[in-house]
Design a protein around this ligand. Structure first.
Ligand code: NAD
Ligand code: ZN
Ligand code: ZN
Length: 348
């Protein structure tokens, strides 16, 4: 079968909608009819990377957030039925090393041999009518949730959840968490914090619209990044700062802000790939504050965020785009005019 796919063809060039062949699933593989493919800001970063930087072979189809319906099972695959709605766990590791066996394929030990991080990240991803998933171990049944709306659980929700979970022991009553950048990931971070911790949540963004949305999604306070953010957050925390700061932008100014509002013995998680630099010495961050760079999340954590979605504890703000308008979705992302997550819905 020949269909369309949105592919990265050359580094530092816009991705292109191209005709591709869809092959039958081989042994162990599953063919998915794509319901929704989330557009992530990391894709924009990826499209701008110079040649020779990533170990990926071009071309490949973009899209590392996928949900859809099982279309066909390869020889030997059991446990799923045609038409069943599923999420696709995004980091595709070797499936054999210890982290993979623990469900942490985001930390696969053979990632350099694989020369990819998953579908849409070196291998063909979900911005296409069909996605070939290398193994049924990567599928999570979605149950009653619509794949056209919930693909962002795979990254926009899972990534901040992973970062929040490792900081949970510190998020006791009376604690504060700051979320810098309340776009796709940040809007989920605000809700996840509210769902799993009693921490007070402060959202920071450059955009008043994004802050209004964060407030609507449960943020206790909002601060514009151009309006004395360090002073405001210090005032809100009795001068002590926040136990957890999630920097979901990662440019120089947000890293500086994060270090300025993190608390002694707190945690500063740099999730954004903005490429900024945080000067590090004894005096530049609060004493015994941990600075971490969390990457994506585990399969069991994906099942946990799915439970929160089923329980109605998190909502996804989505804007749907047909496959032909994938470029428009990224344009809106670059301009900062998306309301939440853009989802490509190839089958309408
Ligand atoms: P997005 O475009 O949906 O949202 C970005 C938000 O940041 C927007 O609301 C924007 O207004 C805000 N913003 C931009 N500059 C700002 C500034 N200086 N101060 C405050 N707010 C600012 O992006 P997204 O898809 O949510 O991705 C966010 C970041 O997370 C990206 O850098 C992406 O590459 C990264 N990411 C990292 C991982 C990981 O595993 N570490 C996984 C997924 C995404
Ligand atoms: Zn992503
Ligand atoms: Zn592995």
């Amino acid at each position: 079968m020949r269909t369309k796919a949105y592919q990265l063809v050359a580094w530092q060039q816009p991705a292109e909608l191209r005709e591709v062949d869809v092959r039958e699933p081989g042994p162990g593989e599953v063919l998915l009819k794509v319901g929704g493919a989330g557009a992530c800001h990391s894709d924009l970063t990826l499209m701008g990377i110079p040649p020779g930087f990533m170990p990926y072979t071009l071309p490949f189809t973009l899209g590392h957030e996928a949900a859809g319906w099982v279309e066909a099972l390869g020889p030997g695959v059991t446990g799923f039925e045609r038409g069943e709605p599923v999420l696709v766990y995004g980091p595709w590791g070797c499936g054999r090393c210890k982290p993979c066996r623990q469900g942490s394929e985001n930390h696969c030990e053979r990632v350099s041999e694989l020369r990819s991080h998953g579908g849409g990240l070196g291998r063909d991803g979900s911005m296409a009518h069909y996605l070939l998933v290398p193994s049924s171990r990567l599928l999570v049944p979605l149950g009653s949730l619509d794949p056209r709306d919930w693909a962002p659980l795979v990254d926009a929700a899972l990534t901040p959840y992973h970062a929040i979970k490792r900081a949970l022991p510190q998020l006791v009553p009376g604690s504060t968490a700051v979320v810098i950048g309340v776009g796709g990931l940040g809007q989920m971070a605000v809700q996840l914090l509210r769902a799993v911790s009693p921490a007070r949540v402060i959202a920071v963004d450059t955009s008043a619209e994004k802050l209004a949305r964060a407030k609507d999604l449960g943020a206790d306070a909002t601060v514009r990044s151009d309006d004395r953010p360090v002073e405001q957050i210090r005032e809100l925390t009795r001068g002590l700062g926040a136990e957890l700061v999630l920097d979901i932008v990662g440019v120089d100014s947000t890293l500086q802000l994060a270090a300025g509002v993190a608390r002694t013995r707190g945690q500063l998680a740099v999730i954004g790939l903005g490429g900024g630099v945080l000067p590090f010495n004894f005096f530049s961050i609060p004493q015994e504050c941990q600075v971490v760079a969390p990457y994506w999340g585990t399969l069991p954590e994906l099942m946990e965020v799915l439970e929160l979605a089923h329980a109605g504890r998190i909502r996804m703000t989505v804007e749907r785009f047909p496959l032909e308008q994938a470029a428009e979705a990224y344009k809106r992302m670059r301009e900062g005019t998306l309301k939440g997550r853009a989802i490509i819905t190839p089958h309408g």
